[in-house]
Design a protein around this ligand. Structure first.
Ligand SMILES: NC(=O)c1ccc[n+]([C@@H]2O[C@H](COP(=O)([O-])OP(=O)(O)OC[C@H]3O[C@@H](n4cnc5c(N)ncnc54)[C@H](OP(=O)(O)O)[C@@H]3O)[C@@H](O)[C@H]2O)c1
Length: 343
């Protein structure tokens, strides 16, 4: 275990969930600077991405895993390493990194297992880098590993303009797939098409099942990445191709539903899903390696872009959460400690 050696740094500011509730429960408070383990680094955080799970945590519906600050949200950060644990050889103080964390990201300092850090891609700001880890790790894990995507396959991504969606569209496209998305307005659909989706389906005015079957001449898609669950499950199964995979990353419209199991047998479907947050540091480090090899060069060449919709100062975390809950955003929302710094 280590403690930060820098002067005046034994306490830090953090955005704290003072009690379960609406966004007004988020307050900037003083907290002890985290200690860090032998395999961890301590990052001075410049910016932290906002993710939908942060809102579920704030409402008391998504508790932090053991060993993670229970009342400081934040699943992804970017900043500068200030201290390293005694077993860490891959990083040094002064390195600029972004990282996926299991919580505690809305803080001035965050302790991170070294393997969960990635370099800030050349040419990107710390704000842009902070918008990447949670969604890129989740999409890689669920579409490419769990969903067994191979070049040439087609994927339906629900919530195309979500943080997850804008990462998925670009990653699948870049890896040689065809992407269809759902979104709640025509404008959002066109936005996704400009980003690389073959077709955006306005789920408020069209049946995504009918559109997918029409666009694929009745075949269906190979993979569906779904965060909606509930009533989407049966139409999801109906518009999957033979050997198709339904990968659930949430069930925002309910975790109970009725389906016809005959789809699964007739088309030899796989229904799977996962949550990344509580997985081990080793599991996340393995994803980091794959992202570094396959996706980071595409971020550095500009083939894949960070999509930052709006940046808020850290003390305006309540406004950032309100924007996410309004679903007006397209892409990522990021919190920054010092506005104008690290962009
Ligand atoms: N399992 C994991 O490891 C993991 C990790 C990270 C995130 N997640 C989940 O992934 C989801 C997205 O997270 P995020 O941070 O990217 O959130 P986000 O940016 O707030 O996105 C949520 C999206 O849901 C869309 N949506 C709502 N109702 C819909 C419907 N009926 N059909 C299609 N789209 C609908 C909204 O778009 P419209 O305005 O167009 O409706 C919005 O774009 C969340 O549910 C989150 O919990 C899971």
């Amino acid at each position: 275990m280590g403690n930060i050696a820098s002067a005046n740094a034994y306490t830090m500011r953090a955005v704290v969930i003072t009690q379960p509730g609406d966004s007004s429960v988020l307050k900037v408070m003083d907290r002890p600077t985290p200690t860090f383990g032998d395999d961890e680094v301590l990052v001075h955080v410049a910016a932290a991405g906002v993710n939908r799970p942060d809102i579920f945590q704030r409402k008391g519906r998504y508790p932090a895993p053991k060993g993670v600050p229970a009342d400081i949200p934040g699943l992804e950060i970017a900043g500068e390493i200030v201290e390293i644990g005694r077993n860490v050889t891959s990083w040094k103080a002064g390195d600029k990194v972004c990282a996926i964390v299991a919580g505690g990201g809305y803080a001035e300092y965050c302790a991170v297992p070294a393997g969960q850090c990635l370099p800030v891609p050349a040419g990107l700001s710390l704000v842009e880098a902070a918008s990447l880890p949670e969604t890129f790790f989740t999409v890689w894990s669920n579409v490419f590993d769990r969903g067994r995507f191979v070049r040439g396959e087609s994927v339906l991504v629900h919530g195309g303009t979500s943080g997850i969606g804008v990462a998925a569209i670009q990653m699948i496209n870049a890896m040689g797939g065809t992407v269809y998305v759902t979104a709640g307005t025509d404008e959002k659909c066109r936005y996704c098409e400009a980003l690389g989706a073959t077709h955006g389906i306005n789920y408020k005015t069209e049946s995504f099942r009918d559109v997918i079957l029409k666009l694929t001449n009745g075949r269906g898609v190979d993979i569906i990445l779904d965060m909606i669950g509930g009533p989407y499950t049966e139409p999801n199964l109906e518009c999957l191709a033979e050997e198709g995979r339904l990968v659930l990353i949430n069930y925002m419209k309910g975790d109970e539903t009725t389906i016809h199991l005959s789809h699964v047998l007739r088309k030899r479907l796989t229904i799977t899903g996962s949550t990344l947050r509580a997985r081990s540091a080793k599991f996340k480090a393995a994803i980091a390696e794959k992202l570094r090899e396959n996706i980071w060069p595409l971020l550095e060449s500009g083939t894949i872009k960070p999509i930052v919709y709006e940046v808020f100062p850290m003390d305006q975390a309540p406004a950032a959460h309100d924007l996410m809950q309004s679903s007006q955003h397209m892409g990522k929302i990021v919190l920054q400690w010092t506005v104008g710094d690290g962009r």
